[in-house]
Write a protein that binds this ligand. Sequence first.
Ligand code: NAI
Length: 466
Amino acid sequence: MYDILIIGTGPAGYVAAIRAAQLGMKVACIEKSSVGGTCLNIGCIPSKSLLDSSLKYHQLLNEYDEHGIEAKDVKFDLEKMMSRKERVVSQLTNGVEALLKSNKIELIEGRAKILSSESVEVATKDKIEVLTTKNIIISTGSRPSDLPDIKIGDHILDSEGALTLKNVPRNLVVIGAGVIGLELGSVWSRLGSKVTVIEAQHEFLPMLDPRISRQVFREFVSQGLDIRLGCEILDIKETDTGLNINFNDKDEARSLDVEKIILAVGRKPNTKDLFEEDLIPLNEKGFIEVDNYCQTPVKSIWAIGDVVRGPMLAHKASEEAIMVVERIHGSNTELNYDHVPNVIYTHPEIAWVGQSERELKELNVDFKSGSFPFLASGRALAAGETVGSVNITADTHTDRILGIQVFGPSASEILQQGLVAMDNDITSEKFSTTVFSHPTVSEALHEATLAMNNKAIHIQNRKKRS
Ligand code: NAI
């Protein structure tokens, strides 16, 4: 009898297993494919590898000249770039396997099906057996969503296919201007593809405050992405050279001939054949129903990561893993879902956490806000990275920081500093007394916080109303 059986070894499953082993529990992971899940094998890590490689090439080609560095005959070798990506992936997946081993966690290679609150059937290469356990954690992740009548194949790719192309397409269409669409669109655009991004919504990145999303839109267009909002796809046909896509761009009919299409219209939870329908309830979108602590109505079955509500993010999944295992062990660990950070790893990066100004207005919260442009940051100017700004909001009465949005150099790292303050209930006044090293791009967060309290030094403060 196990204490916990974990299904899936992505950033939710393997983290749960390690924490359980640390707490002395008898634990096993069941994995039908590769250890590390989507994040390590076909998601976060390989995409960041290609984002970094393509950025280096693009900057050498287009931005070094400004620094007085001349680069002649700049070329790239896609095969080499892809092999480096594979090496990064295997280094990390081997690392996770080694961690499982050193924590004495049993790894069962096979397909799991939950039979009851305490039993799981596992089909391995050579046998089918039933394991009994006190608790089950479902961490089976998600897969790309599709659209009716659009079949993934040689020319129409999902995010996995878009990370393994053998040649740079002359041109391509990305369907969906979300996180994946913008990251993958950036990779191929930097390597020379003419990229058109077709988005159904009329608003670009609606989770961002319009001030920031306008900056992002302008910057991406200037980088060469042709972003079309408010589009409706009519049909896609195979041609001799690739594909022909017809769509309405607002009210105008358009037709494009392209080599490839990347479909990036969201992801859906993996729950197929995992249990009988009447065992655990799913919501209308196919997510497993859980409470605030990731417990299903069957008390011994828990579900974490992309199979449950909330953002589909590796770090959210890992923190849910810790919470669940510690709760099984008897503690009251909680996760503050309001403080889960989001990042889009374009260049510059986009990072945000907490409530947007729009949400605060809708909730009738009295808030103050401050902003600081990277153009006024000495370090950003020295680096030639002056696009974007930091925006921060705090409650007018309590001075608690409510939200931060950053578009600019190292946005993900800058955001994290503000998030530490938010998570520890540090007021904006107190946070602004923290000494920031000079010159750093992080000073933009400091200055935005000062600006919120009309104390900015390096930009003009808002005029006080008399
Ligand atoms: P997404 O939800 O971020 O974006 C999908 C976009 O496709 C939306 O803007 C949607 O309006 C649009 N769309 C849907 N149907 C459409 C249609 N018929 N025509 C045109 N546009 C359409 O989903 P995405 O980018 O696929 O990412 C999936 C998940 O993976 C997200 O939850 C994301 O958070 C996560 N992820 C996170 C990453 C990160 O943290 N950097 C990287 C990659 C994925």
